[in-house]
Design a protein around this ligand. Structure first.
Ligand code: GLN
Length: 490
């Protein structure tokens, strides 16, 4: 039998349906690879017993002709999703060994559709970061290397991106508040889809910035992303921002036909110091879409330059409020103190890492009396202007094409001392969260060091079908089939 970890989601589904192998064999192949790949630090908890149990159940369903859409397909789960009976920490010390008594809606949807859980994936603490270096479990290593140097896999969903790139799971769940699905996908040669705000329920996902957070998949292909989203998306009464709207079969939208699609190119995304290779790839992407019958239109998103500053007010403000619940009383780890105030202070001082503390301080400052109008209200006004930029652009185009990131993956340790440099990673992705739109990163080429680069397509609100259709055409044209050399497996 061929190596089952080579298969993508759609191929594995077909192989299972034809009974070329069993769900148990498929899960075993991945579990073996997970345990041999600890050098990447992608998983913070493997759940082999659960995987075997779920896979055995899938084999029964397949045998009795009752296979569900993701029957027997083994996936990893970002440690931000609460999983019933399975430790969930958001990769923060403050959650200790928290074992949720409930399952997030998104993961429950996946299990209801037959997916098999391999374990929990590493991420930046509370999803704050762009490099997966702020995790309590340590940094994730990108399976891709440049000249022997160890690189970051992007963040905050670095465990998810590294796992899919290294084939330690056919797909993974992830979350994106300012770029955390798309940027790590770009850094690892994988596909990362952030759906429209409200498409996937946030219930049971550890909250970072509630008005920006959205769950989505990291996968090998656009088709796989469509399969994952069809299962992950749902209307959920328990999330008041979840939108009551039918979930289409996203895979059916992949017709390969984008004739007449109007693709907008935002001039403001030509930033200073962008490597020539990224500029070139972007032009290449334009040419590919044009050759496929799309019409290219120049558009302007004039408030783009204010997106990062606005994001770094709004996201920390919401985070400071969301993280107030970690007080040593209800969840996770507690440090004793002389009285209750001291206990809170000791618990939070010991439990949160530096980046999280920085955000809590910025957030509480921006929300405090006297500064609220100067910072928070201004940031919200800017957010509105950014959303209006997109609305105007979509009067003349259907999707937008941009690079995903201003650089390829960088060395571990390079930006840890410089938060501003780190924040710049999201310059092309945060606008999309601020406007609540869907965006997808597609691996489109390699840089001079042989590292993957991604192109981003941005869609209209709830325009995932059109977005995925265009993404698949771009994927086909790019024909990206490079894989990292397996230097890590033991
Ligand atoms: N890198 C951004 C941040 O640090 C985005 C993170 C995310 O999308 N979760 O806030």
């Amino acid at each position: 039998m061929a190596d089952l970890t080579e298969l993508n989601l759609a191929e594995a589904r077909d192989g299972l349906a034809k009974k070329e192998f069993s769900a148990v064999e498929l899960a075993e192949a991945h579990m073996t690879r997970v345990s041999a790949s600890s050098a990447l630090n992608a998983y913070v908890l493997a759940t082999p017993e659960k995987a075997m149990e779920m896979a055995a159940e899938s084999d029964k369903k397949i045998a009795s002709g009752e296979a569900r859409p993701l029957e027997g397909l083994p996936i990893g789960v970002k440690d931000l999703f609460c999983t019933k009976g399975v430790r969930t920490t958001a990769c923060s010390n403050i959650l200790g060994d928290f074992i949720p008594p409930y399952e997030s809606t998104v993961t429950q949807n996946l299990w209801n559709d037959g997916a098999v859980m391999l374990g929990k994936l590493n991420n930046d603490e509370f999803a704050m970061g762009s490099s997966n270096e702020t995790s309590r479990f340590g940094a994730v290593v990108n399976p891709w290397k440049a000249n022997g140097t160890e690189l970051v896999p992007g963040g905050s969903s670095g465990g998810s991106s590294a796992a899919v790139a290294a084939r330690l799971g056919i797909a993974a769940t992830a979350t994106d508040t300012g770029g955390s699905i798309r940027q790590p996908a770009a850094f690892t040669g994988t596909v990362g889809l952030k759906p429209t705000y409200g498409r996937c329920s946030r219930w049971g996902i550890v909250a970072f910035a509630s008005s920006l957070d959205q769950a989505g998949p990291i996968t090998q292909t656009v088709r796989d992303a469509a399969m994952m989203l069809t299962s992950m998306a749902s209307f959920d009464k328990r999330d008041t921002t979840s939108v009551e709207r039918d979930v289409p079969d996203y895979e059916a939208a992949l017709t390969g036909d984008i004739k007449g699609l109007r693709v907008g190119i935002p001039q403001e995304y030509r930033v200073d110091n962008m490597p020539a290779e990224i500029e070139k790839l972007w032009q290449q992407g334009i040419d590919w879409l044009k050759a496929a019958g799309a019409e290219i239109v120049d558009v302007s998103l004039p408030h783009t330059k204010y997106a990062l500053p606005a994001y770094y007010i709004i996201a920390p403000a919401e985070a400071s409020s969301n993280l107030a619940r970690y007080d040593g009383v209800r969840y996770g780890a507690r440090q004793d103190g002389v009285d209750i105030d001291d206990m809170y202070a000791q618990t939070r001082a010991a439990g949160f890492g530096d980046e999280v503390k920085r955000r809590v301080m910025i957030g509480t400052y921006a929300l405090s009396a006297g500064y609220y109008d100067a910072y928070y209200v201004k940031a919200l006004q800017v957010r509105r202007l950014i959303a209006e930029d997109f609305t105007k652009a979509y009067e003349v185009c259907d999707v937008l094409l941009t690079p995903t990131t201003p650089s390829a993956a960088f060395p571990i340790g390079k930006n840890v001392e410089d938060p501003l440099e780190m924040y710049l990673n999201d310059v092309f992705t945060v606008t999309v969260n601020l406007a609540g739109l869907p965006g997808i990163s597609i691996p489109a080429g390699l840089d001079a060091d042989g590292l993957p680069l991604g192109l981003q397509l941005i869609g209209k609100a709830f325009g995932e079908e059109e977005l995925l259709r265009a993404a698949q055409v771009l994927e086909e044209a790019a024909g990206f089939d490079a894989q990292p050399q397996d230097w890590w497996s033991a």
